[in-house]
Design a protein around this ligand. Structure first.
Ligand SMILES: Cc1ncc(COP(=O)(O)O)c(C=O)c1O
Length: 286
C-alpha cells in the first residue's frame, strides 16, 4: 500500500512532497516528532502522543503551534490512508529561513505527516524475543524532548544491525542503563518490574507509561531506579517497550544469555495484558 503524505495543509503525492533546502528541520534538526501506531483502523494512544507533542513543542520554544489543528490533520490523513495497521509519523519543524543558528518566532512551521503500512514488519517480530548489544549513550541532556536530532541513535542502531541484533541499549557516561535507540528499556529483578525514572536522560515513552499502569493493575511490584550495566547484565529479564515493539523480550545481551535465555514470564504477562488493552481500546491518559 502506498504511503499517504500530508505536507503543510494538504495531502500530496510523493513527487510533490518536497522540503525547501532552508527548512530548519533539514539544516539543524530544529524539529520535533511523534510516532503513533494504529490497530485495526484506530489510532492508539493519540491523546497521550498529543500531550507529549505539546511538551516537546513547549520545550523547544514552539508552544505557539496549535496542537488541535495538528490533531485534526493527523486524523484526516490517517482516515485518507485507509491502512488498518499503520505507523503514523508526524514531524513539525520550526520552518524555513535563510541559514542562521538563531531563529525568529514568526516562521510558519513545516508540518509533515506520513502514514505507512507496517503490518509486514509487525508480523516479522519474533515472540521468542531478540538479541541486543550495549552502546555508549552519546546524546545530549534533554532526551525527554522528542526532537529529530537522532544522530547518536542512528549510529548506535546501525551498530546493532551490523552486529546482527535488534537494538542497542544505551549506557550513560556515568555507567547506568538509559534506554534503547528507539525503545524504552525495562528489567526484572527480585520479581520487580524496573525502569529508569524520567528525567533528561530518557524519553517519557508512551508505552513506558502504559506498561507501568498495566504492571500496577496486574499487582506486579515496580520500581523506577538506576541500574549499573554490571547489575543489568544479571537481571532476570530484560525487555524493550515502545510504540512499534509493544513489549519485546531481550534474550541475549552482548552475546550472553539474559536470565534463562528465553522470553521471561513477566514480559509475556505484560505483553498479553497490553494486547488486551489494545483490544479494549483502553488508552485514555490517566
Ligand atoms: C529514544 C526513545 N525511547 C523510547 C521510545 C519509545 O517511546 P514510545 O513508547 O512513545 O514509542 C522511543 C520511540 O521512538 C524513542 O525514540
Amino acid at each position: 500500500m502506498p504511503e499517504t503524505i500530508y505536507l503543510n495543509g494538504r495531502l500530496v503525492s510523493p513527487e510533490e512532497a518536497l522540503i525547501p533546502i532552508n527548512d530548519r528541520g533539514f539544516l539543524f534538526g530544529d524539529a520535533v516528532y511523534e510516532v503513533i501506531r494504529s490497530y485495526d483502523g484506530r489510532l492508539w494512544a493519540l491523546e497521550r502522543h498529543l500531550q507529549r507533542l505539546a511538551q516537546s513543542l513547549g520545550a523547544v520554544d514552539m508552544g505557539y503551534v496549535d496542537t488541535d489543528e495538528i490533531a485534526a490533520a493527523l486524523r484526516e490523513t490517517y482516515a485518507a490512508s485507509a491502512i488498518p495497521d499503520a505507523v503514523v509519523y508526524l514531524h513539525i519543524s520550526r520552518g524555513v529561513a535563510p541559514r542562521s543558528h538563531a531563529y525568529s518566532r514568526d516562521l510558519e512551521p513545516t508540518v509533515l505527516i506520513t502514514v505507512r503500512d507496517m503490518s509486514a514488519r509487525f508480523a516479522a517480530m519474533d515472540p521468542a524475543g531478540v538479541a541486543a548489544i550495549t552502546a555508549p549513550d552519546l546524546r545530549w541532556r534533554r532526551c525527554d524532548i522528542k526532537s529529530t536530532n537522532l544522530l547518536p541513535n542512528v549510529l548506535a542502531k546501525t551498530r546493532a544491525r551490523e552486529a546482527g541484533v535488534y537494538e542497542a541499549i544505551l549506557v550513560h557516561p556515568d555507567g547506568y542503563v538509559t534506554e534503547g535507540t528507539s525503545t524504552s528499556v525495562f528489567w526484572v529483578r527480585g520479581g520487580r518490574v524496573c525502569t529508569l525514572s524520567l528525567g533528561g536522560e530518557v524519553l517519557p515513552g508512551i508505552t513506558r507509561g502504559i506498561v507501568l499502569e498495566i504492571a500496577r493493575d496486574e499487582g506486579l511490584p515496580m520500581v523506577e531506579e538506576r541500574i549499573s550495566l554490571d547489575e543489568f547484565r544479571k537481571a532476570d529479564e530484560i525487555f524493550l517497550v515502545g510504540t512499534t515493539v509493544e513489549v519485546y523480550p531481550i534474550i541475549s545481551l552482548d552475546g550472553e544469555p539474559v536470565g534463562s535465555g528465553q522470553a521471561g514470564p513477566v514480559a509475556l504477562q505484560l505483553l498479553e495484558a497490553f494486547g488486551a488493552r489494545v483490544q479494549a481500546g483502553d488508552d485514555a491518559p490517566r
